[in-house]
Every structure is written in structure tokens, then in C-alpha cells.
Write a protein that binds this ligand. Structure first.
Ligand code: 5MM
Length: 336
């Protein structure tokens, strides 16, 4: 078993999942301002430190994805953020892309940037404690999108990123996110996600990536957010599993879904059903941002010094997601 494979399994095994706390300052500012909290470096740290020092970290969270600002911050107890996360038994990770920018040649689409100087930044992040990384490519669905150009260029960037990350002895999270925006059907999402995944693995292969040492972070197969199509959780689970079995090589140890705008309970219920029906060898768990943080953030914003009660809310969400990652969640547990 390679070291990278061990790292990936340490993050994903036993129902553990990933806390995606890697919002760039722009995104975090939107999140904080939506609940009327000033977006200062101190407040961004206070909220994140509150989550990272919750009891729920111990049994539920295998890895935390950080943003450049956070990985360099020091907590109240004078530990660095990576030290705090490690003391709760989780691995620190880091988002290394520099964001999705306009794709020249198809200007309504995006290409993720950040390859220049990546090797040097990775060496610094490794010294700061990071053991895994994240890069997100984004794809829109419409009658003409995602274009071949976006599918090809984002897959190429994800593979170039992955090879430099593995060279630096860290596990790359490969995140090709087919967005939920639009009125497309679940079948459309299935077909377009299939093409995107197929191309990503073609490029990963070309770049000699050790597939046992990556984590895939995909979207679930859902109908577009403004579509009228009513899909049951069972349909979501079955379509998602089929899409992954058909397009992801079996060497990949695990899949950690993004929540992509689903509500907290919806993302939990769908993950639970995916695990109930999972007949593949992939570990199927979560790498949620909004679906782990939303309620905690809302509560915390009312009194940013009420650490304990905010942590209770986060602990509950983390426990629910970890039960779902084992197919043991039920709706009644949400209210207990
Ligand atoms: C945590 O949010 C990340 C977005 O960061 P940017 O500020 O660069 O947009 C995002 O990549 C996130 O890690 C994944 O999309 C998963 O988050 P959700 O909220 O979709 O579960």
C-alpha cells in the first residue's frame, strides 16, 4: 500500500468525511455578510476555530480543507490551525487553485487557474502541515455546455495539478463540479457528468497519476435547481452510483461528494441512500462545505462568543453526515 493510499484511507475510512472550510476570502465574506457579521481575519478565524475544536471532529472528520489565509493563522491557544486540526485526529489539507476564471475561447465558461508556481507553494504548505490538497473545476450545464473545450482544458489542469501534488507527497482531491444551476433534467446531469469524469480520468492516466492516492470529489446526479423534475432520493442514489461505476476506475479508493447547494438534510439523506445502495468498492463519504456549516454559521452569527452552543450544532451535523456515510442515518435522528 503506498503512503498516498494510506493517507487517502486515513481521511475517508470508518464513516469519516471532510470538512470543506476552504472558502476564499471573497466567498467567506459573502457568507459572513449574509448573516451580518463583519468579514475580518479575526472573525473568519474565530468561526473556523470554533468548528475545528468541536468534539464532532474526533469521530467524524478525517480531513479539513483550508484556505491560504487560515493555514497560516494561530489560534487562541497559540497553536497553528494545522496543529489544532491534527490534535483532533484529522489531517489538514489546503485548496491550491487560485480560482475559476473566464475561459478564453468560450467566455461563458470557466477554467480553474493556479498551476504557475504550484510546486513551490506546495512545498511551503507541506511544511505548514498539509497532507492533502484540493483543486475544483466547474462546469455549467445548458444545451451547449459544458463545451468540449471546457471539458478538455479543466481535465488537463486537474491532471497537471494532481501530478505535481503527488510529486510533493500529498493526496490530491480531484473536484470536477458539474453545477446544479439550470433547469436541466437528471438524465442530462448524468450524461454530462459522465463525459466530464471520463475525460478527467483519461488525463489523469496520461499524467501517470497513482489513482490509489487520489480522492474524487464529484457532484451527485441531480435535476437542475430550477427544473420541475421530481426525483426521489432513491433515484439520486442509483443514478449517482451508476455514473461513478461506469466512469471511475476501480483503483480510486474513495469518493467524497460536494453538497453543491443542497440543503443540509437533503445532502445527508442522499449520501445515506448512496451508501445503502452502494454495490461498488468505493468508499462513499462527504466533503461538504455549506451542508456542514450553514446552521452553525447562522446560530453563531447571533452571538459570536457562544462557542459551546455553536459547536453543538456543528457536532450534530457532523454526526448525521458520518451516519449517512455508513448508511445508518434516518430522518428521526435529525430531531433527537
Ligand atoms: C468551501 O467552498 C469552496 C469554494 O471555495 P471558493 O471560495 O474558491 O469558491 C468549494 O470548492 C467547496 O469546497 C466545494 O464546492 C464543496 O462545498 P459545498 O458547499 O458545495 O459542499
Amino acid at each position: 500500500m503506498s503512503e498516498l493510499n494510506k493517507t487517502a484511507l486515513k481521511i475517508l475510512s470508518n464513516g469519516k468525511g471532510i470538512l470543506a472550510a476552504d472558502e476564499s476570502t471573497g466567498t467567506m465574506t459573502k457568507r459572513l455578510e449574509s448573516v451580518n457579521v463583519e468579514s475580518s481575519p479575526e472573525n473568519r478565524l474565530l468561526f473556523r476555530e470554533t468548528l475545528f475544536s468541536s468534539e464532532g471532529m474526533k469521530n467524524c472528520i478525517g480531513g479539513v480543507i483550508l484556505y491560504d489565509e487560515t493555514i497560516k493563522q494561530t489560534t487562541k491557544s497559540k497553536q497553528t490551525v494545522p496543529e489544532l486540526i491534527s490534535s483532533y485526529g484529522a489531517l489538514p489539507g489546503i485548496k491550491v487553485d487560485t480560482g475559476a476564471k473566464v475561459l478564453a475561447g468560450s467566455t461563458e465558461e470557466k477554467i480553474t487557474e493556479g498551476l504557475d508556481g504550484l510546486r513551490e507553494r506546495l512545498k511551503e504548505y507541506y511544511k505548514l502541515g498539509a497532507r492533502f490538497t484540493k483543486w475544483r473545476g466547474v462546469y455549467n450545464i445548458s444545451d451547449k455546455y459544458p463545451s468540449k473545450l471546457s471539458i478538455h482544458s479543466n481535465a488537463h489542469a486537474l491532471a497537471r495539478y494532481s501530478s505535481i501534488v503527488q510529486e510533493c507527497k500529498m493526496v490530491p482531491i480531484v473536484e470536477p463540479e458539474v453545477l446544479m444551476d439550470g433547469n436541466h433534467s437528471a438524465e442530462d446531469c448524468f450524461n454530462k457528468t459522465s463525459v466530464v469524469l471520463k475525460k478527467c480520468f483519461e488525463e489523469l492516466d496520461l499524467h501517470n497519476i497513482d489513482l490509489t492516492g487520489i480522492i474524487l470529489k464529484p457532484n451527485m446526479i441531480l435535476a437542475g435547481a430550477s427544473s420541475d423534475q421530481k426525483l426521489s432520493g432513491e433515484d439520486v442514489a442509483k443514478l449517482t452510483i451508476r455514473c461513478l461505476k461506469e466512469n471511475v476506475p476501480s483503483e480510486v479508493p474513495g469518493i467524497a461528494f460536494l453538497s453543491g447547494g443542497q440543503s443540509e438534510v437533503e445532502a445527508t439523506e442522499n449520501l445515506n441512500l448512496i451508501n445503502k445502495y452502494n454495490d461498488s468498492n468505493f468508499i462513499m463519504t462527504y466533503s461538504y462545505g455549506r451542508a456542514l456549516q450553514q446552521s452553525a454559521l447562522k446560530f453563531w452569527s447571533k452571538d459570536i462568543n457562544n462557542i459551546q452552543d455553536t459547536q453543538k450544532i456543528f457536532n450534530h451535523r457532523a454526526n448525521m453526515c458520518t451516519l449517512a456515510a455508513q448508511g445508518k442515518w434516518s430522518a428521526e435522528l435529525e430531531t433527537k
